[in-house]
Design a protein. Structure first.
Length: 147
């Protein structure tokens, strides 16, 4: 048994029960973005969250325990993603990454945007030319220190 097997069981149960990520997020009392990442094996559950997952997905005690272990982060199977939707994110960073970097450095100075002190919001935005995917990423700025 490992965390990947627990993740596969969660996904299989989600499909079998016809569950939606947003509805699961309400069960956990967290955002749909965090809940989805956690259920896909990228976040660590606390005991209460693991108990909730155990109840929702019919997990064993051992499987629930795996949810409380810090996972190996990084869910992509290759350096360059092959899934078309995920590849577009790679493309965005490839094309606009230096622009994002320059604008952040100009506004904040030398540092990084945290992916730890971070939040994300994904929404559908109606548009007469076709609905838009609206993604807001918000990370704490962490300046590099001199020493």
């Amino acid at each position: 048994m490992d965390r990947n097997q627990v993740t596969q069981k969660i996904i299989s149960t989600k499909v079998a029960k016809g569950l939606r990520w947003g509805d699961l997020a309400k069960e956990f009392g967290q955002s749909k973005e965090w809940t989805t990442a956690a259920l896909l094996g990228q976040m660590t559950f606390n005991r209460e969250q693991a108990d909730k997952a155990q109840q929702l997905f019919g997990l064993t005690d051992e499987e629930a325990a795996w949810l409380q272990i810090v996972p190996y982060k990084g869910s992509l199977p290759s350096a360059v993603p092959t899934d078309p939707l995920i590849y577009r994110w790679y493309e965005i960073v490839s094309v606009y990454g230096t622009t994002i970097k320059e604008l952040i450095h100009e506004e904040f100075g030398d540092g990084i945007m945290s992916a730890i002190d971070f939040s994300m919001d994904i929404q559908r935005a109606a548009d007469p030319k076709g609905d838009r995917v609206q993604v807001v990423l918000s990370g704490k700025f962490l300046p590099y220190k001199s020493y």
